[in-house]
Design a protein. Structure first.
Length: 205
């Protein structure tokens, strides 16, 4: 994952009113914490940060550019979005150092097509991994190309990038490939449901 540079300004006002003023000025309230240092309250440029999340995902590593005190490396930890209006309300950032390992959740993406007559069920959409802060993958991939019914892919079998280690339980089920139900089975299920519904109505009557 590439590094992204963003201007960061210290915030001296706090509370909901101050946060609203920050957002009206086209900035996002943020807090930078970690390494035992006191939390720093910042304002980040809203449009630029939204673009970073869109292009690099929620695990983006930022080079925060402070005019007076140089730069800091930070990992995006939590992005809080307004539930209705969908703008970014607040960001939590974790201070990191080059070469330092961090624990992050990365998306699991399925690729390929399994055998015909199979049904693919994805149990885990993310994996927790430990990886160097500047080498966080945007995603990990699991191929189901040509996989037969009855196959299970556990977390320990997922290929991770070099230097990354799995934190999720290696025995956790990521993907299951099962035989798809036949038309006759689906019809049978439907008939059973109708029969159950009829029994219920009869007992209520």
């Amino acid at each position: 994952m590439s590094e992204v540079r963003l201007a960061a300004e210290p915030r001296t006002e706090f509370g909901k009113g101050a946060a609203r003023r920050t957002r009206r000025a086209g900035k996002i309230p943020a807090v930078l914490y970690g390494h035992g240092s006191d939390p720093k309250h910042l304002a980040l440029p809203a449009l630029e940060f939204a673009r970073v999340v869109r292009e690099h995902g929620q695990n983006a590593v930022l080079t925060l550019d402070f005019d007076s005190s140089g730069t800091e490396l930070a990992l995006t930890k939590t992005v809080t979005t307004h539930p209705i209006k969908n703008y970014i309300e607040h960001v939590d950032l974790l201070l990191v150092k080059r070469g330092e390992k961090v624990t992050v959740e990365v998306p699991v993406v399925l690729t390929g097509e399994s055998d015909s007559g199979t049904l693919v069920t994805q149990d885990l959409s993310t994996l927790l991994i430990e990886v160097e802060a500047l080498h966080i993958p945007e995603q990990v991939e699991v191929s189901v190309e040509g996989v037969e019914a009855g196959t299970q892919v556990l977390a320990g079998a997922v290929t991770l990038p070099a230097g990354a280690t799995l934190v999720t339980d290696a025995e956790a089920l990521v993907v299951a490939i099962n035989a798809a139900p036949t038309a006759a089975q689906l019809e049978g299920d439907s008939s059973d449901e109708q029969a159950d519904a009829g029994d219920t109505e009869a007992s209520e009557g």
